[in-house]
Design a protein around this ligand. Structure first.
Ligand SMILES: NC(=O)c1ccc[n+]([C@@H]2O[C@H](COP(=O)([O-])OP(=O)(O)OC[C@H]3O[C@@H](n4cnc5c(N)ncnc54)[C@H](OP(=O)(O)O)[C@@H]3O)[C@@H](O)[C@H]2O)c1
Length: 279
């Protein structure tokens, strides 16, 4: 195993550095706010600079404008961060986008894009920031949190491409966790159910009133993310009920969940129209 020299002043200031992607709204914003109250210095990553600057001024954070699906842009962003902070104690891979629609109708460009953002974005950010995580691991330890989804364990037909991207992200998270075992870098997966946010306005788009009853707010997920880091939890479903049992049933009786998810739907008008057939 290669030795990582601890920088003389890596932890001398006592400031822990967290890089939070998708920090301009929803779960990422709530997580950065919570981390800041606990003394973390947050590097806020997303595309909307105005939103990041507003948050940053309130929590004394730092802003990095970046499209996480753009590998070169991620490398450049990571290089800037590592120059300022050789040790990165926490990376929260949270940036993500929805992709409503079944595989029968979803725009194929959207299928590609959602994989690029929700799955590959986390891969690019982790690899690019790995030197900083290793640096921190040589001191007090480091963490990667992947904000996945219950859609990562449960195939949800009305958002098929989204679900596939989250399955890939969960496989990435679990593989990374095994690959980093013993290095001092802990990997956590947080799997939220339905959360009311800008990109995922669940209460307005879900047709089922039963599913609508289980919609939670971003601060609850932020607590789960920070809790996973503080308590060393590898995989957390939030809220546990009804989603954890649903994930277990999906694993042992996939047909049952498949039938239910196939019957669920979004409200008319909340799913982008499929483009006309080209033939
Ligand atoms: N809401 C839910 O029901 C739910 C459930 C389970 C899991 N999740 C997951 O939670 C994460 C956060 O979503 P959210 O619900 O908080 O939605 P949100 O409020 O829409 O936030 C999404 C964040 O991701 C950023 N983002 C999107 N595409 C990006 C890109 N290409 N490069 C960089 N940043 C990008 C957005 O910022 P910019 O637009 O400024 O780039 C925004 O900050 C996602 O991974 C999502 O899949 C959400």
């Amino acid at each position: 195993m290669s030795e990582v020299a601890t920088p003389p002043d890596a932890d001398a200031t006592g400031v822990r550095i967290a890089v939070v992607t998708g920090a301009s709204s929803g779960i990422g914003e709530a997580t950065a706010r919570l981390l800041a109250t606990k003394g973390w210095r947050c590097v806020l990553v997303a595309r909307r600079e105005d939103r990041l600057r507003e948050l940053s001024s309130g929590i004394d954070g730092e802003v990095e404008v970046c499209d996480v699906a753009d590998r070169e842009a991620v490398d450049a962003m990571a290089a800037r961060i590592l120059e300022r902070h050789p040790a990165v104690h926490l990376l929260v891979n949270n940036a993500g986008m929805p992709a409503r629609g079944t595989f029968l109708a979803v725009d194929l460009d959207l299928v590609e894009r959602v994989i690029g953002v929700n799955y590959l974005g986390g891969v690019w950010c982790t690899r690019a920031l790995l030197p900083g995580l290793r640096w921190a691991a040589a001191g007090r330890g480091a963490h990667v949190v992947n904000v996945v989804s219950v859609a990562g364990t449960t195939a949800f037909a009305p958002a098929g491409a989204y679900s596939a991207s989250k399955h890939a992200q969960l496989a990435f998270s679990r593989s990374l966790s095994a690959a980093l075992a013993g290095t001092g870098i802990a990997v956590h997966a947080v799997l939220p159910g339905f959360v009311e946010t800008e990109g995922f306005p669940q209460k307005g788009v879900l047709k089922s009133r039963v599913l609508g009853r289980f919609v939670i707010q971003p601060p609850r997920v932020a607590e789960a993310i920070v809790g996973a880091v503080e308590k060393g939890k590898r995989e957390v479903t939030v809220p546990w009920f009804p989603y954890r049992p649903v994930s277990i049933v999906q694993a042992i009786a996939p047909g049952l969940i498949g039938r239910f998810a196939g019957m669920s739907d979004y409200r008319p008008g909340s799913v982008p129209e499929a483009p006309p057939a080209s033939d």
